[in-house]
Design a protein around this ligand. Structure first.
Ligand code: MZP
Length: 502
C-alpha cells in the first residue's frame, strides 16, 4: 500500500493569519469574480461567476427555483440529474426563459394603491418590480412601475423613484412585442427612459426592458443592454445515459454540465467527458469529479474536464466514509489538488478551476477553501435551508426546518452517482446507502443569508489583505490549529446570558 505522509485534515483545523489591511483593502473594493472553466494564460475564462458559489447536484437542493434565485445573485446551480431527462431539461428551460433584468408583473395594482400596499404585494409575490395598470388588470393600460433595492433603489428613496418612474410612463411610451433589443434601446434612449414596457398586440404587458445602469445617463444604452443576458444554469449528468441526456440539456440551453459521481476517478467518467468533448467539438463545457488527489485530478484533466470538483465523504449528509472507508479530509484534498493544478498551469499555461465540494460548515470555511486555492465551491446544506430550495418546510420540535436528503440515500435512489459498473440487474436499486435523509434549520430567503455570508467573506479577505480571489490564493497565510486553540476561539470562561446563546 501507499501511505500518505500528510494527515487528512478538515477546514476546521486551520485558521487564517491577518495580512496587511491597507486603506484600499476594504469590503467595497472586494471582487469575488471567479472563473469556472479552464482557460489559457493571459486569456479570460469563458464562464465567470460574480460569487464563488454553485449549488449541489441534488434533488433536495437544485431545481429551477433555486437556480433562478442563485443565478440572480451571481452564482450558479447544477440542476439535479437524478430525474427523467425531459423533466431535467424542462427545469433548465425554465431558468433560461427567466430574463435577468426583465420582470413580468401580473399584479392587480392601480394608481390608487398606496406605496405601502404595493410594497406589501411585492413582498408577497417576491417580485422585484410591480407594474401598475390603469384599471388594475394585467390587460389594463400600463401607467408605471414600482421597483426596489434589486434595481439599486434603496427603500428610503423608493417614494422618489416611483415619481421618477411614473413621469416617463405618463408619456405612455411602449415597445411592441417582437421588437429587437437594439430597437428597444433606441426608444429608451430617444425618450430618456429608464425602462421600456413591452406590450403585445392587445396592449398586454409582456415585460420591461431595463436600462440596467439607469443612474448613469452618460452610458450608451446599447452597452448596458448587451448585459441583459439570460440567467446561467448548469446540470448534472451521469455516465450511463449521457448520450441521451446531454443532447436534451444542450437543446434546452444549459450553460455547463458536470458529471455527478461520488468517485470520479474512473474510466466511465473519462469516457463520458471525452464523449461530450468529441460530440460538441469542445464547445460544451463540462466539469468532472469528485476526486481527492493528484492522480484523480490529472486523469480528469487529461480526459478534457473544464473544471475539477474535489471532495469525497465530507458532505453533511454523506456516510460514504463510514460505509466504505473511502474519503479524505476536505482541506487536505484541496491542498493536494491545488498543488497539482498549479504545476499543470506552470507546465502548460492552462488554468483548471477547482471546485471544493462538501465539508463547509462555517462561513469562514469558504474563505479557507478559496485561500487554499479553490476557485469556487459547491454547497448543499447551505442552500437547502432557504425558502427557494425545493423541499418542504416543516415545524419539528418547535423549530422550523427544511428537509435535506443525500443523493446516496434510499429516498433519492441516485444509484448512478454511486455506480461502480457491472451488475446491470442491480441498477434499479441500491444495495446500501451512502447518504442520510435529514432536516436542516430553516433560514429564510437566499438573498438575505447570502448577503450576510458575502459580507463575512469580504471582511475576512480584507483581514487577509486580499481584494480578489487570485490575490487571496497567493497572499493568504494559513496556520494549523490545536484542539485547545479551537476552544480559545469560541466564547470561553464567561457565563453566557441566555440571549447571547442565540
Ligand atoms: P454539503 O454542502 O451538504 O456539506 O455537501 C454537499 C455535497 O455532498 C454534494 O455536492 C455532493 O457532492 C455530496 N453528496 C450528495 N449526496 C450525498 C450522499 O448521499 C453526498 N452521500 O455525499
Amino acid at each position: 500500500a501507499h501511505y500518505f505522509n500528510e494527515i487528512s485534515r478538515t477546514f476546521n483545523e486551520y485558521l487564517l493569519i491577518p495580512g496587511l489591511t491597507t486603506k484600499d483593502t476594504n469590503p467595497g473594493n472586494v471582487s469575488l469574480k471567479t472563473p469556472i472553466v479552464k482557460y489559457n494564460k493571459g486569456e479570460k475564462s469563458a464562464i465567470e461567476l460574480n460569487i464563488p458559489f454553485v449549488s449541489a447536484i441534488m434533488q433536495s437542493v437544485s431545481d429551477d427555483g433555486l437556480a433562478i434565485a442563485l443565478a440572480r445573485n451571481g452564482g450558479l446551480s447544477f440542476i439535479y440529474g437524478s430525474q427523467a431527462i425531459d423533466t431535467q431539461a424542462e427545469m433548465v428551460r425554465r431558468v433560461k426563459k427567466f430574463k435577468a433584468g426583465f420582470v413580468v408583473s401580473d399584479a392587480n395594482v392601480t394608481p390608487e394603491h398606496t406605496l405601502a400596499d404595493i410594497l406589501a404585494l411585492k413582498k408577497k409575490t417576491g417580485h422585484s418590480t410591480v407594474g401598475i395598470t390603469e384599471d388594475g388588470s394585467p390587460n389594463g393600460k400600463f401607467v408605471g412601475i414600482v421597483t426596489s433595492r434589486d434595481y439599486r433603489v434603496s427603500k428610503t428613496s423608493l417614494d422618489t423613484k416611483v415619481k421618477e418612474f411614473m413621469t416617463p410612463f405618463s408619456k405612455m411610451v411602449y415597445g411592441k412585442a417582437g421588437i429587437t433589443l437594439s430597437e428597444a434601446n433606441d426608444i429608451i434612449w430617444d425618450n430618456k427612459l429608464n425602462c421600456l414596457p413591452i406590450v403585445d398586440e392587445d396592449q398586454k404587458l409582456q415585460y420591461f426592458v431595463f436600462r440596467k445602469d439607469y443612474d448613469d445617463h452618460k452610458k450608451n444604452p446599447n452597452e448596458l443592454l448587451d448585459e441583459n443576458k439570460t440567467l446561467m444554469v448548469g446540470a448534472g449528468i451521469n455516465t450511463r445515459d449521457h448520450a441521451e441526456r446531454v443532447p436534451a440539456l444542450v437543446e434546452a440551453g444549459v450553460d455547463i454540465l458536470c458529471v455527478d459521481s461520488s468517485d470520479g476517478y474512473s474510466e466511465y467518467q473519462r469516457e463520458a467527458i471525452e464523449w461530450v468533448k468529441r460530440e460538441y467539438n469542445g464547445e460544451v463545457k463540462i466539469g468532472g469529479g469528485n476526486v481527492v488527489d493528484k492522480d484523480g485530478f490529472m486523469y480528469l484533466v487529461e480526459a478534457g474536464a473544464d473544471f475539477v470538483k474535489v471532495g469525497v465523504g465530507g458532505g453533511s449528509i454523506c456516510i460514504t466514509r463510514e460505509q466504505k472507508g473511502i474519503g479524505r479530509g476536505q482541506a487536505t484534498s484541496i491542498i493536494e489538488v491545488v498543488e497539482a493544478r498549479n504545476e499543470y498551469f506552470e507546465k502548460t499555461g492552462i488554468y483548471i478551476p477547482i471546485c471544493s465540494d462538501g465539508g463547509i460548515v462555517q462561513d469562514y470555511h469558504m474563505v479557507l477553501a478559496l485561500a487554499m486555492g479553490a476557485d469556487f465551491m459547491m454547497m448543499g446544506r447551505y442552500f437547502a435551508r432557504f425558502d427557494e430550495s425545493p423541499t418542504k418546510k416543516l415545524k419539528v420540535g418547535g423549530n422550523f426546518v427544511k428537509e435535506y436528503w443525500g443523493e446516496g440515500s434510499a429516498r433519492a435512489r441516485n444509484w448512478q452517482r454511486y455506480d461502480m459498473g457491472g451488475d446491470e440487474d442491480s441498477n434499479d436499486g441500491m444495495k446500501f446507502e451512502e447518504g442520510v435523509d435529514s432536516y436542516v434549520p430553516y433560514a429564510g430567503k437566499l438573498k438575505d443569508n447570502l448577503n450576510v455570508t458575502l459580507a463575512k467573506i469580504k471582511s475576512t479577505m480584507c483581514s487577509c489583505g486580499a481584494i480578489s480571489i487570485p490575490q487571496l490564493h497567493t497572499d493568504a497565510k494559513i496556520t494549523l490549529v490545536s484542539s485547545t486553540s479551537i476552544i480559545e476561539g469560541g466564547a470561553h470562561d464567561v457565563i453566557l446570558k441566555e440571549t447571547s446563546n442565540g
